[in-house]
Ligand binder design. Structure first.
Ligand SMILES: NC(=O)c1ccc[n+]([C@@H]2O[C@H](COP(=O)([O-])OP(=O)(O)OC[C@H]3O[C@@H](n4cnc5c(N)ncnc54)[C@H](OP(=O)(O)O)[C@@H]3O)[C@@H](O)[C@H]2O)c1
Length: 254
């Protein structure tokens, strides 16, 4: 049976980097790469050699059925599932579009759960599930509210799932980076009239944060909070009341 790593959001940024680093370490013999942009997936598949692609829009429920059918048809032993597909849009309740709200929840939260549940039956002892949270999953963020809430869901879900799959010997890690240099930020700042972060720093390298995320997953850790700044935020989120945290976000970031 092929030791397979399944990566959603593999056409760019963090997802693509997870695929590359899993390959470099020889932790999988085969990859299944998922995102919407077919050409990007084809390029990565060529680079990784042993890889299949599924160009899918994971906001569509039909896509999850296509994915489940693929798993049924192929004899795979899934050693990694990385749910890297996700996006955020800035904009308060008055500016953000209904479509963006629905798609953020559908992709970041709902698809994460449906893809994970469809995959677990193909995982064995020693398998790793990496759900992508964010530094923003620890506190409410006005003007980035739906995104932060969709990621808080992922954190909560990952915590519960970890206990469910522990008896199977499968680990669950919630990967929580700060700002990372990918296509994410540019795509997040397209809502007319919305407030955007003045100076999103420090801007981390995908290579570095992903190496850290994988090291945490290999050790079976629940959280991978990627750098000192995000760790400090995480500590503040635990100690300070939400009202103060949201005030700080509004004053210092937007
Ligand atoms: N970069 C940051 O600052 C940052 C910080 C914290 C957390 N994160 C999280 O990290 C994850 C990866 O983001 P990134 O930084 O790597 O951003 P990115 O470069 O924009 O990558 C996002 C990935 O998601 C895929 N995707 C988007 N919509 C999709 C859809 N409807 N169906 C299937 N795939 C879809 C994209 O591929 P296609 O466009 O080809 O579909 C792409 O591969 C996201 O969950 C994001 O929320 C990022």
């Amino acid at each position: 049976m092929k030791r397979t790593a399944i990566i959603t959001g593999a056409s760019s940024g963090i997802g693509r980097e997870f695929a590359r680093q899993i390959k470099q370490r020889g932790e999988a013999d085969h990859f299944l790469l998922i995102a919407r942009r077919r050409e990007r997936l084809e390029e990565l598949a060529e680079e990784l050699k042993e890889a299949d692609i599924l160009p899918l829009d994971l906001c569509e429920e039909e896509s999850v059925r296509v994915y489940a059918d693929y798993l049924k048809e192929h004899r795979l032993q899934v050693v990694y599932l990385v749910n890297g597909a996700g996006f955020g849009k800035f904009g308060d309740y008055a500016h953000i579009s209904e479509t963006d709200v629905s798609r953020m929840i559908d992709l970041n939260s709902k698809a994460t759960v449906l893809i994970t549940h469809a995959t677990i039956p193909y995982m064995e002892k020693g398998g790793h599930i990496i759900e992508i949270g964010s530094g923003s999953c620890f506190t409410p963020l006005p003007h980035f509210n739906v995104y932060a809430a969709s990621k808080a869901f992922v954190l909560h879900y990952a915590k519960g799932l970890r206990a469910e799959v522990k008896p199977l010997g499968i680990s669950v890690t919630c990967f929580c980076p700060g700002w990372v240099e990918t296509e994410f930020l540019e795509n997040a700042q397209t809502t007319p009239g919305a407030l955007y972060p003045k100076n999103p720093k420090p801007l981390l390298k995908a290579k570095r944060v992903v190496a850290y995320g994988l090291s945490r997953a290999r050790r079976g850790k629940l959280l991978a909070v990627t750098n000192w700044y995000t760790k400090l935020q995480h500590m503040m989120f635990k100690l300070l009341p939400d009202r103060l945290l949201t005030w700080l976000w509004l004053k210092t970031v937007l």
